[in-house]
Structure formats: C-alpha cells, structure tokens
Design a binder for this molecule. Structure first.
Ligand code: T5A
Length: 220
C-alpha cells in the first residue's frame, strides 16, 4: 500500500522541525515507518541548491522569479529521487515545507505570477498533493525569537532577515491557505509547549489519516 505524505508549513521558528521529530516517534510507536525530510533540500542535488538559496543567490541572479525556478529545481530532484520512491515503498514521508512555502514566500510576497507558479508546480509534482498539510500558526515575534535562539551567533539567512511586515504577511498567507483548502490542511495553534502542540498534531493525523484507513480496511 502507498505511504502517506504529510507536509509541515508555517513561518520562521514555528516549530516544524520539532513537531516532525515528535510525530515520527509517535508513528514509529504505532509501527509505521516514517521518513523525515525537508525543503529546500532532502536529496543531495536539492541540498546543494539549498545552500545557494539560503545564501541569497536568488537576489544576485534576478530576484523572485529566479528564486522560484531554483526552489522548483530542488523540488523536482527531491520528489523524484526521495519522496516518490519512499511513498511507493509504503513509507510515511514527513516533509518540512513543500509547495505552499513557494506559494507564500515567492508567490504572494515575492510577487511571482500565479501563471509561473502553476507551471512550475505542474512540472515538478503534477497532480501529486500531500495527504495532509499541518500549518503551524504562531505570532511572528515569538517565531522569530525562537529562530534567533536556535541560530545562536550565526547570521540570519536570506529569508529570516526580511522585515517584520514580510513575516506578518506570511502568517496571513498560510492562514488563508488553511481556509481555502480545508480537506488537505489543518491549522494548529503552535504557541504552546512542544508536547502539547504534538498532541494537537497527532489528533489531526489520527482523525484525518489513521482512523479512515482502519475503517476502510474493516469494510474491505
Ligand atoms: N523557502 C522554503 C522558500 O522561500 N520557498 C520554498 O519553496 C521553500 C521550501 C528554509 C527557508 O526557505 C524558505 C523558507 C525558509 O525561510 P530553514 O532553515 O529550513 O529555511 O527554515 P525554516 O523552515 O523556517 O525552519 P526553522 O528551523 O526556522 O523553523 P522550524 O523548523 O519551524 O522550528 P524548529 O522546530 O527548528 O524550532 C525553532 C526553535 O524553537 C524551539 C526549538 O527548540 C528551536 O530552538 N521550539 C520551541 N520553543 C518553545 N516552544 C515550542 N513549542 C517550540 N518548538 C520549537
């Protein structure tokens, strides 16, 4: 049976990596094999593109359209070489960011046209969609403060160093995606202790993916 594909989205420091780790542990306890990955990156080719993107190469080579092309190139490699093979093997794939991030960062806020975004999405993933997208929602100031603690003395990356209004705009875009696609997305209040947020994520995974699958198996 094909595995399940869960993506995590949200602003900087929302706690995506932390929640993915906690969900992977719960899935393992439920005897489900989970592959943890991230975007940009996840495969050797995409990780090489990630380094260039986070260092700000998009600004050097022509702005938001160029960045969108590079994110798409990374996604194409990641989906073909890592995500699809894992899903075909029946594994659950937990991915830190996916195409909603391109739509938010490069689309709404980077002003890349919807036509270009649609074309890139068609080329990279076609009709494939996550089975569930968890959108972690947190006040921008709290997310950025968490990201700063994690970063320590390192320099903020290309996106972390954007102005606060950019990050406020991002939060609104992610919340709107959750409203527009309620079947695929769940919006979770991430301003709580990690284990409490993990309980909320687990409840969504149980209700949306695990219980319907068990009910289907019984009636089959
Ligand atoms: N991007 C990405 C695009 O522009 N377009 C795209 O198409 C894609 C795919 C990626 C950047 O690329 C952009 C978006 C990003 O700017 P990244 O380094 O992967 O860069 O950055 P993020 O994805 O934003 O990841 P972060 O690491 O900043 O945030 P996370 O993963 O949301 O947060 P996490 O779990 O690492 O936690 C951050 C800190 O907070 C603590 C953690 O311990 C950690 O120190 N923390 C909590 N503290 C208190 N309470 C909680 N509940 C906590 N949860 C975590």
């Amino acid at each position: 049976m094909r595995g399940r594909f869960i993506t995590f989205e949200g602003g900087e420091g929302a706690g995506k990596s932390t929640q993915i780790r906690l969900l992977a542990k719960r899935l393992e306890k439920a005897r489900l094999r989970a592959l943890v990955t991230r975007e940009p990156g996840g495969s050797p080719g995409a990780e090489a593109i990630r380094s260039a993107l986070l260092a700000g190469i998009g600004k050097l080579i022509g702005g938001a359209d160029a960045e969108a092309l590079l994110f798409a190139a990374a996604r194409d490699d990641h989906v073909r070489t890592l995500i699809e093979p894992a899903l075909t093997r029946g594994e659950w794939v937990l991915c830190d960011r996916f195409y909603d991030s391109t739509r938010a960062y490069q689309g709404k806020l980077g002003a890349v046209s919807l036509g270009l975004l649609d074309a890139l999405q068609q080329v990279t993933i076609g009709d494939m969609k996550p089975d569930l997208t968890v959108i972690l929602d947190i006040p921008v100031e709290i997310g950025l403060a968490r990201a700063a603690v994690r970063r320590g003395s390192d320099t903020p990356d290309r996106f972390e160093s954007e102005a606060i209004d950019f990050h406020r705009g991002l939060r609104e875009v992610f919340r709107q995606i959750a409203v527009d696609e309620p079947e695929r997305c769940v919006l979770i209040d991430a301003n709580a202790e990690p284990e409490e947020v993990a309980d909320r994520v687990w409840q969504a995974v149980r209700l949306r993916l695990l219980e319907p699958a068990r009910a289907g198996a019984k009636t089959a």
